[in-house]
Write a protein that binds this ligand. Structure first.
Ligand code: SF4
Length: 345
């Protein structure tokens, strides 16, 4: 795997203004994404996980420049694309593509599969009509669909097949990076594994890099090399797959993992489910310091006063918590004193 990051996100923020009255005076801001940083190497899959409203989908839309960031930097293949004009972004649109959650609403019901999957070729003006048909049929075959179904409409397919059509459309222009936003959450459990396996096969075959966004840690476990956990617009833990699933350090990650189904009945009865109290606070007015302190069973006074920075506590394992779990010996006790003096991010 090449060590140079394909994508680098630095201090990325998205604050949506909240306005009031006829004059639309700004009275606040929803801090959907509030200073996240991470790299994604070529050929790697990063899972981005968290509850609804944590900012993970907004992060995906920022990376693809579907929405404009409030602050921070997005670097793709060494080029700063944060404020690149739409004209200069055009070639980039081929390299960075998005798979959407809902295969029902993301496909135009009045268009044939051929028109849907062939649209990127037409928009970019890079193939003749005959060339487009041949290319589309090849992609349909690649994602496990019958090329003869070129003239069929989305309603003639099952949910899993429709997501395959969405994936085929994404692959049309041979992208380098795919942001998959909840790619299987709208599908039956029996179909989810098939689509995840398809994404993995395509990654190997086409040398793709993925950012897979999901609310469910069990979905990204299979496919991710590394996983970042988000809470209220911030990354609270980021680690390689083994570290995150076998030795989670942030209490929030532990709570999410305790809800993941375990097939083994013995281990299932042994495990203790952590039930988080209350709802996720509003990103309009997030709790000060550690944003998780209103729901954390380990919270102490320092958690309400000093924001814990994201620090490396094990190889390839960063966590933002004053009292991390599973930390290598010595780090847990030392963490509050260290982080109290550190600047918040
Ligand atoms: Fe819980 Fe404190 Fe860690 Fe926040 S910093 S997750 S409140 S222990």
């Amino acid at each position: 795997m090449n060590e140079e990051p394909l994508l680098s996100v630095q201090g990325l923020e998205k604050h949506f203004p909240v306005t009031k009255g006829l004059l639309k005076r700004q009275v606040g801001a929803v801090r959907a994404v509030d200073g996240i940083s991470f790299d994604v190497k070529k050929g790697e899959t990063l899972g981005l996980v968290g509850e609804s409203g944590c900012g993970k989908s907004t992060s995906g839309r920022l990376i693809t420049r579907l929405i404009e960031p409030t602050a921070g930097k997005i670097v793709f293949e060494g080029a700063d694309i944060t404020h690149m004009s739409q004209g200069r972004l055009r070639p980039l649109r081929r390299d960075v593509q998005m798979i959407f959650q809902d295969p029902y609403s993301s496909l135009n019901p009045r268009h044939t599969v051929g028109a849907i999957v062939g649209a990127p070729f037409r928009i970019q003006g890079i193939k003749t009509e005959q060339g487009t048909r041949k290319a589309v049929q090849e992609i349909l075959e690649l994602v496990g669909l019958n090329p003869e179904h070129y003239n069929r409409y989305p309603h003639e397919f099952s949910g899993g097949q429709r997501q395959r059509i969405g994936i085929a459309r994404t692959l049309a222009l041979k992208p380098k990076l795919i942001i998959a936003d909840e790619p299987v959450s709208a599908l039956d459990v029996s179909i989810q594994a098939q689509v995840v396996n398809l994404l993995e096969d395509l990654q190997k075959e086409l040398d793709l890099t993925y950012v897979v966004i999901a609310h469910d840690l069990s979905v990204v476990r299979h496919i991710s090399d590394r996983v970042a956990v988000m809470y209220l617009g911030k990354i609270v833990e980021i680690a390689d797959r083994k570290g995150l699933y076998e030795s989670p350090m942030h209490p929030y990650t532990n709570a999410l993992l305790s809800a993941v189904p375990i097939p083994d009945p013995k281990r299932r009865t042994e495990r203790e489910r952590i039930r988080l109290q209350g709802d996720v606070p509003s990103p309009l007015n997030p709790p000060p310091a550690c944003r998780f302190h209103t729901r954390c069973w380990k919270a102490q006074e320092i958690c309400k006063q000093v924001e814990p920075p994201l620090v490396t506590l094990a190889p390839n394992h960063e966590v933002a918590c004053h009292f991390p779990e599973n930390a290598p010996s010595g780090d847990t006790a030392a963490a509050p004193a260290q982080t109290a003096a550190a600047p918040s991010d």
